[in-house]
Design a protein around this ligand. Structure first.
Ligand SMILES: [Zn+2]
Length: 125
């Protein structure tokens, strides 16, 4: 679960966060590393950003619960894929139960799989 500011979108990728704050304007001077930025929970100077909005404990718990369910479904799909004994094919998606997870298994055993349902299972090992 991301425990950083809700507006953080990657200071290495973007000049500004989603709240329009320019990262270099709020970084603590003479410091480096993520804690120099107010976007993170252990920031040395969180007050540098007036738009800082950290997730609540309830939001973090809800996100963790969603991730746990996603992981459970991913492992169920993975188990079903391996049980087919095939190197490519499809299995019923254990998450949405409305589509097939299409998969292929590389010679090294790594699985690539995706369910076509929006925001459903997809992974590459
Ligand atoms: Zn699905």
């Amino acid at each position: 679960m991301s425990v950083w500011c809700k507006h953080y979108n990657g200071c290495g990728k973007h000049d500004q966060c989603t709240a329009g704050i320019t990262y270099k304007d709020v970084v603590a001077p003479d410091l480096c590393g993520i804690n120099a930025y107010p976007c993170f929970p252990d920031s040395v100077q969180p007050s540098l950003c007036h738009s800082r909005q950290m997730p609540t404990a309830e939001e973090i718990a809800a996100e963790d619960a969603k991730l746990a369910i996603y992981t459970k479904h991913l492992f169920a799909a993975r188990k079903a894929i391996i049980a087919t004994g095939q190197t490519a094919g499809s299995v019923l998606c254990p998450r949405c139960q409305d589509a097939s997870v299409y998969f292929s298994i590389a010679p090294n055993g790594h699985i690539r799989a995706t369910c076509p349902t929006t925001d459903c299972l997809t992974w590459i090992e």
